[in-house]
Every structure is written in structure tokens, then in C-alpha cells.
Design a protein around this ligand. Structure first.
Ligand code: PDD
Length: 288
């Protein structure tokens, strides 16, 4: 249950937490966001998430509403007020509210800032990982700056809805060349026939995931070979293993793509090992 939400400097009861009808986020998707895992009352990889938030804001010339130190205070207080031990923190910053105009509002218009925290049932998440998820592919119809974490998430929403209608758990985007760009809300990975991990190299087509980044640290520590290159849907379907990474799903086994089982249709052993080890390399900032 969400009790209190930070909105523009104040903690509001959930039912009253609101932003203006002429907010740029509402009218133009002119806003960026972050999702940070909370695990055992600690923030996971907060430094990298807050750095990426600053990068997203700078990419769109939205002034930073506060310092990273101030963000940490707001996050800690929001988590405390909502009694979250395991779950997530959601941050959103828009360019602010102003009478509708495609041009940016005048300099000095304060950005709109929201922070909310929510518990996630851990048993449900573990059960999903033990089972693995099925994904359905969808054409990547997003804009050419998917490396910026904006709230322009309609293509992801449509792709996930289509996946659900087809009986799949999640969606992967595929570019015009038939290569997987990333998941609708995650990065996409496979384990190739030689046991190497394969994921697409960073660029404008995909989000530089923080879970992806931290997993690279884990691979280096474990001496697991990595190749950063695009892969096709057919290659993923015939891979040894496949999985996604995100702050909410961590390392999530993928057991079927477009109705075709991967290997024996069970979560991969390397995937599950990486999931188990992930928090050994991630940064943990205790909140209380
Ligand atoms: N989504 N790619 C996309 C398109 C995403 O939306 C996300 C995260 C990721 C993974 O990034 P990270 O490892 O930093 O979570 C990749 C969040 C969780 C969401 O929208 O809920």
C-alpha cells in the first residue's frame, strides 16, 4: 500500500498526490524517470541510478531539481513513510507545468518532481523467476533516442498488452533488421552455444540498464565471457539460455520466445546462478 508520495517538496497522502493538468509530462511526455530496487531496507545501485537520472535530465535540458544528496534524503523519507523493506522507488521529473506550448516554458519554470515507494511481494517475484517467463516479440516502433529514460512508454505498453493477449508474460522489441533491441522494460540477453553471454552494445536503440551494467561487473568477477553485439530472434530461440535484466525483475529467465521453448523450456543454470550472485556485486545503501 502506498501511503505518502513526495510531490514538489511535500509528502502528500496517496489519494491527494497530484500534478497540474498542464504538466509537460502529461501533455508532451516531457519527463524522465528512474526505478530503483529496495532490498532489505537498502537502496540497490542508487549511485548509478541517480547518475543516469542526471544524464537523462541533461539530455533533454531539464534543470536538475536537486542534488544527488538531496535525492537520497527524499528517497529515504519516502521509503520510511511507506514502510517499504523490499520493493521499489519510482522517481519522475518533468519540465514542469505551463500553458500548453510546444516550445519549452520560460527558464526558471520549476520541474515537477515525484517520488513514490512501493512494496513488492518477494515470494511472487521468486516464483516467477523459478518458473521463467515467456516473451513475445514486437516491432520496435519507438523513437531513435531510447537510451534516454523518458516516460514516453506507449510503445512498451502496447507491446506488453499484445504479449499478454497472446498468452506471453512480456515483450521484446525487434528492430527493422530483425535484431532484438531490448525488452519492453528490460535489457535482453542470451547465452550462446559456446557459453558466452551476448547482449546488444549500448547505443541510441536501447536503455543503458543499471542492472545490465552491474551484471557486467559480475561477469568480470566470475570470468564469464561476454560479447556485446546484436542477435536475431531465431538465434535467441536456439540459444542455450535467455534472460532479461531490470531493477524490478533483476536477472529473469526467459524460457520461450514467440511460442518456441528455449532449450528444455526451463530457466537456464547460468541465468539462475547470475540471479543468485547479483546482489553480491550491486551497491547497497542502507536506508534505516
Ligand atoms: N524499466 N530497457 C527498458 C526499455 C527499460 O524500461 C528498463 C527498466 C531497462 C532496464 O534498466 P534497469 O536495469 O536500469 O532497470 C531496460 C523499469 C524497471 C521500468 O520501467 O519499470
Amino acid at each position: 500500500m502506498t501511503r505518502a508520495v513526495y510531490v514538489n517538496g511535500a509528502y502528500r497522502p496517496y489519494a491527494d498526490a497530484a500534478v497540474h493538468v498542464e504538466d509537460r509530462g502529461f501533455q508532451f511526455a516531457d519527463a524522465v524517470y528512474e526505478v530503483i530496487e529496495v532490498k532489505a531496507r537498502a537502496l540497490v545501485d542508487a549511485t548509478r541510478h541517480l547518475d543516469r537520472l542526471a544524464t537523462s535530465l541533461a539530455a533533454l535540458s531539464i534543470p536538475a531539481p536537486m542534488s544527488n544528496a538531496a535525492w537520497r534524503l527524499v528517497i529515504a523519507e519516502t521509503v520510511r513513510r511507506n514502510r517499504v523493506a523490499d520493493g521499489l522507488v519510482y522517481l519522475q521529473v518533468s519540465r514542469g507545468a505551463h500553458p500548453r506550448d510546444f516550445l519549452f516554458p520560460p527558464a526558471g519554470t520549476p520541474p515537477t518532481v515525484v517520488c513514490l515507494a512501493r512494496s513488492i511481494p518477494q515470494a511472487k517475484r521468486a516464483a516467477r523467476a523459478a518458473r521463467g517467463i515467456s516473451v513475445q516479440t514486437a516491432p520496435d516502433i519507438r523513437w531513435h533516442r531510447s537510451n534516454i529514460k523518458t516516460v514516453m512508454l506507449l510503445p512498451a505498453s502496447l507491446a506488453k498488452e499484445a504479449a499478454k493477449a497472446a498468452g506471453a508474460d512480456d515483450a521484446w522489441f525487434v528492430d527493422a533488421d530483425g535484431h532484438v533491441t531490448e525488452g519492453a522494460s528490460s535489457n535482453a540477453w542470451i547465452v550462446d552455444r559456446e557459453g558466452r553471454l551476448v547482449t546488444r552494445a549500448l547505443g541510441p536503440a536501447l536503455l543503458p540498464g543499471i542492472t545490465r551494467r552491474t551484471l557486467l561487473d559480475l561477469l568480470a568477477r566470475e570470468g564469464i565471457a561476454l560479447v556485446e553485439r546484436p542477435f536475431t530472434v531465431a538465434e535467441a530461440q536456439t540459444a542455450r539460455e535467455a534472460f532479461t535484466t531490470s531493477a524490478t525483475s533483476l536477472v529473469m529467465p526467459v524460457v520461450a520466445i514467440d511460442g518456441r521453448s528455449i532449450a528444455n523450456g526451463e530457466p537456464g543454470t547460468l541465468t539462475l546462478r547470475l540471479r543468485t550472485l547479483f546482489h553480491e556485486v550491486a551497491e547497497h545503501t542502507p536506508l534505516s
